[in-house]
Design a protein around this ligand. Sequence first.
Ligand code: FES
Length: 171
Amino acid sequence: MLASEKDQLRHEVTTIAKRYEFHRSGLMPALQHVQRAYHHISPEAMQEVADIFQIHPAEVHGVVSFYSFLSTGRKGRFIIRLCQTISCEMADKKAVAVQLENDLGIKFGETTPDGMFTLEYTNCLGMCDQGPAMLVNDEVYTKVTPEAVADIIETYVKKFGAHVTHEGGEK
Ligand code: FES
């Protein structure tokens, strides 16, 4: 992490921590911010957060490892999470999974080379009667069909004016 990035991160996390008077109740909002802004929480970022909240880095690491929405590895700008629990499984989530992998050119657990999309499985999203269900960041999609996958991906590609080829690279 560059010194300027570190300063920026310190400033942002300190601003959040101040809102919580540096109480550990501000830890989760701070980590969510780091995840959103930097697409992962690096060891350096965990150390900064620990210093600002004056807690042990192991405690920060424990929180980051516990929540699947926080990650230590760099992820895409858009994280696609497909439900893998039983109702969605029975609603043919597999066909949607295959389509996602084909359209993005990556497997589940991977990120496109341009850093745009990460594919992950998740557990029940509470939309069991409307499966297959998936999330793209905070946006919920239900009754997803393989045919709908391309349009959903295109929505996010257009949103940021980038183009992703079927090989997962930028055009
Ligand atoms: S089983 Fe997929 S949303 Fe509940």
